[in-house]
Design a protein around this ligand. Structure first.
Ligand code: FES
Length: 193
């Protein structure tokens, strides 16, 4: 008997339930391979996504260019509102601070009151100094702030940066100094007594 005829005979003699079992096993193997392939594809996709910055420059969550130090509000003058990137840029006598404009009580957007020279939250009345320190109201802490960097626009060298405690950044005397705020690096305001 030829090999082909032998195979055909074997196939004819195989009970139907065995053929079904084999087909099911093949199907399960294929399904397992497909799911593994999908998993590998997903992991590769996630790795690529993490390899790219999540925010473009200028978008909230990324680096916000503020401009040259000459264009900043004078020390001790009212803060500058940057509504699109949720910032108040406040230049105190001690240095520059970038305040996150979301109230640390329940998340309302607080505003600046020029007459009283302080920040006031319209929701429950929390008040904060020009530098973000809590004055009164239900907010449990000072205003949150972001890391400010002063960079030499020619060399890219970082000339000054917000310290870990979120304190003001002293502006260097450098005609090429430009300011940027890293809205991906938020520092929580200190909790008051
Ligand atoms: S949300 Fe600002 S005081 Fe309550």
């Amino acid at each position: 008997m030829s090999e082909e005829a032998a195979l055909k005979k074997q196939a004819e003699e195989t009970p139907e339930n065995e053929k079904l079992t084999l087909n099911r096993r093949e199907f399960l193997n294929l399904a397992w391979l497909a799911s593994m392939g999908f998993l590998v594809f997903e992991i590769a996709g996630v790795s690529i996504a993490f390899g790219y910055p999540r925010f473009k420059e200028g978008e909230f969550g990324g680096i916000i260019p503020i401009g040259s130090t000459d264009a900043l509000p004078a020390p001790g003058s009212p803060p500058e509102n940057r509504p699109k990137v949720k910032l108040w840029i406040t230049n105190t006598e001690e240095g520059l601070i970038a305040l996150y404009k979301v109230c640390p009580h329940l998340g309302c957007l607080f505003g600046w009151n020029d007459q009283e020279f302080k920040f006031i939250c319209p929701c429950h009345g929390s008040q904060f100094e020009h530098n973000g320190d809590w004055i009164k109201g239900p907010a449990p802490r000072n205003l949150d702030r972001f890391v400010v960097r002063v960079v030499d626009s020619r060399t890219g060298e970082v000339l000054a940066e917000t310290p870990d405690d979120g304190g003001p950044v002293e502006l260097p005397d450098n005609p090429n100094a430009v300011v940027e705020v890293d809205t991906g690096a938020k520092i929580s305001g200190a909790i008051h007594d």
